[in-house]
Design a protein around this ligand. Structure first.
Ligand code: SF4
Ligand code: ZN
Ligand code: ZN
Length: 309
């Protein structure tokens, strides 16, 4: 690329922005990338001064860039936030143990306190043990349900009121597609919200709601951030995988497809007469649930009884 950056008109453009096709120099790419995230935070009033915020950190590219950008914006714009790293150890040998080493390095690099919470201590089962018991078909169902609760419980231990996660625009567009395909209107309504709060539970935000995965990868690459890029060894999750492939195909034809799908999800309205599940609490563990027992307790009951293999 021999031409000049379309923003500063001074430096040579070396990046073509996946989201807009603009040709930019490195510094201008950093600036627009960071500023769009700052705008999403401000426009949606995600935080207030003095908030204690846990950054869900897995060591992967999304959460590593999130930790980097949250720290940078907190200082640049004086948000006045107290930041923590919160990691979940699912107990997956050869994957999570290695990625947690990255999180520990990130803790040093960003000088943020870190709390690691494990499935073994919370549920008495690691993912390695669960996979031995249930095989490789439904493992991600267990893992997803357990992770959600684990983050909330970790947040209580850290005494934070808010968790930020590295879900990016591609993840959200995929989830919109999956909820449409499954006809899950309750989730469809919630999945595009940038911030969700259950009854009395901890707020969760997605500052990367409008950030493209390809740009996160570029940012991490050019900034030489220290992240872990290996896939989970138990990662079949084929339904999401198909949605992802479909989305990538759409993006290659029309890059705005990702944002367009998010906007479509936001525009869905549910008729008033449609009944949605009401939220109560699990009678066993007290976690929020629309049934007598929360999903984690139902899954644990099956595990502890010994599921058929
Ligand atoms: Fe858990 Fe499945 Fe993700 Fe592995 S791929 S960490 S098993 S949800
Ligand atoms: Zn420039
Ligand atoms: Zn429960």
């Amino acid at each position: 690329m021999g031409r000049l950056c379309v923003i500063c008109d001074k430096e040579r453009a070396i990046i073509k922005r996946p989201k807009t096709g603009q040709k930019l120099c490195k510094e201008c790419f950093y600036y627009v990338f960071e500023t769009e995230i700052h705008n999403a935070i401000i426009d949606n009033k995600l935080f207030k001064k003095g908030d204690r915020i846990a950054i869900a950190a897995s060591g992967g590219k999304d959460s590593t860039v999130l930790a980097h950008v949250m720290k940078l914006l907190n200082e640049r714009y004086q948000y006045g936030l107290e930041l923590f790293l919160l990691s979940v150890d699912e107990g997956i040998t050869g994957y999570r143990d290695d990625s947690l080493e990255t999180v520990k390095r990130n803790q040093q690099q960003y000088e943020l306190p870190l709390k690691i919470i494990s499935y073994s201590e919370l549920y008495g089962w690691s993912m390695d043990q669960i996979v031995k018991e249930v095989g490789l078909k439904n493992n991600c169902t267990f893992c997803g349900v357990f992770r959600r609760q684990a983050l909330d419980r970790g947040a209580v231990i850290l005494n934070v009121d808010h968790i930020v996660t590295g879900h990016n625009a591609d993840d959200i567009a995929e989830t919109v597609l999956m909820n449409i395909l499954r006809g899950d209107i309750a989730r469809l309504q919630r999945c595009t919200e940038i911030c969700t709060t259950g009854d009395g539970c901890i707020r969760r935000s997605k500052p990367f709601k409008y950030t493209y995965e390809k740009e996160i990868v570029m940012y991490a690459y050019f900034k030489k951030l220290d992240y872990f890029s290996t896939e989970c060894i138990y990662s079949p999750n084929s339904y999401r995988g198909h949605a992802r492939t479909f989305l990538k195909d759409l993006e290659s034809v029309r890059p705005s497809a990702i944002i367009d799908i998010i906007h479509s999800g936001e525009a869905f309205e549910i008729k008033k007469e449609v009944k949605l599940p009401t939220q109560g609490v699990c009678k066993r563990c007290g976690y929020m649930s629309s049934n007598e027992l929360c999903k984690a307790c139902v899954l644990l009951e099956g595990l502890n009884r010994g599921l058929p293999k």
